[in-house]
Design a protein around this ligand. Structure first.
Ligand code: HPA
Length: 273
């Protein structure tokens, strides 16, 4: 068996031994947004280290566990703490949890992240609905022998962020009185924040927000046929936009400042997508 698929199956069986729960929506929580998971109607949790072969996250502010439960009547699985490429894992490990949630039965993937504002109209604390992404700054998670069990060799990515869900997100933002930007997310490797020249490059390429996650997970989920959506929290202006130096503390502080509004948006959206 393909070693990537073998590892995935091992984790799947290990997880299945611990939980008997079929999620409809999978949610990945970004930096500073993790405590949303504590507010849902929790059925059970599984720490990543309890799952045999699971890649463990090391970033401060990231808890490492799956939370299973309900938002209204919708069964969800939440990744509280994601795996990043900059931690040194191969891309196949970075997207392993996403694939696992798809294998558990989740048909929809809701991605969230903290991101730097590349678009100079943005300001820290803004939310941006992701309409598309540029992932060419990182290796594709689909490189290597194709996992036929999951999807086709050359999957179409035209509508990677579901137009159907995007309409619901826009409508919901209006209803809740939460202003939503719309834009293109660029994933780069990190872990260093970008240089001002790199941010100029991102802008020339058409990017509106930059970060170190998300696009790879969207690609892997879409490969499996999941419907994908994503919202970025603009936690800081990207390098060179203002004179401010970048640091992780600012990212977390901004995420904390807007977390109430963000959580209201996510919990409203989950039963509606
Ligand atoms: N760059 C990359 N990743 C980020 C940033 C940034 O400015 N802010 C939050 N995550």
């Amino acid at each position: 068996m393909n070693p990537v698929y073998e590892k995935l199956n091992k984790c799947f069986h290990s997880l299945k031994e611990k939980v008997d729960f079929q999620p409809e929506v999978a949610l990945i929580l970004g930096s500073g947004l993790g405590d949303f998971a504590e507010e849902i109607n929790i059925v059970t949790t599984v720490d990543y280290h309890e799952i045999e072969g699971f890649p463990i996250s090391t970033v401060k502010g990231h808890k490492g566990r799956f939370v299973f439960g309900y938002v209204e009547n919708t069964p969800v699985v939440i990744m509280q703490g994601r795996v990043h490429y900059y931690e040194g894992y191969p891309m196949s490990d970075v997207v392993l949890p996403t694939r696992l949630m798809g294998m558990l039965g989740a048909k929809k993937l809701f991605l969230t992240n903290a991101a730097g504002g590349v678009n100079t109209d943005y300001k820290p604390g803004d939310f941006m609905m992701i309409t598309d992404h540029i992932a060419t700054g990182v290796p594709s998670p689909l490189i290597g022998e194709n996992l036929e069990e999951l999807g086709t060799r050359f999957p179409d990515m035209s509508d990677i962020y579901s137009p159907r869900i995007q309409d619901i997100i826009k409508e919901s933002g209006k209803r809740l009185g939460i202003e939503l930007r719309e834009g293109i997310y660029i994933q780069l490797t990190g872990p260093a924040y970008e240089t001002p020249a790199e941010i100029r490059m991102c802008r020339i390429l058409g990017g509106d927000a930059v970060g170190m996650s998300t696009a790879c997970e969207a690609t892997a989920a879409r490969h499996m046929g999941m419907e994908v959506c994503g919202i970025s929290c603009i936690t800081n202006m990207a390098a060179g936009v203002s004179k401010e130096k970048l640091n992780h503390k600012e990212v977390q502080e901004t995420a904390d400042r807007v977390s109430k509004e963000f959580k209201a948006l996510v919990s409203y959206l989950i039963p509606r997508i």
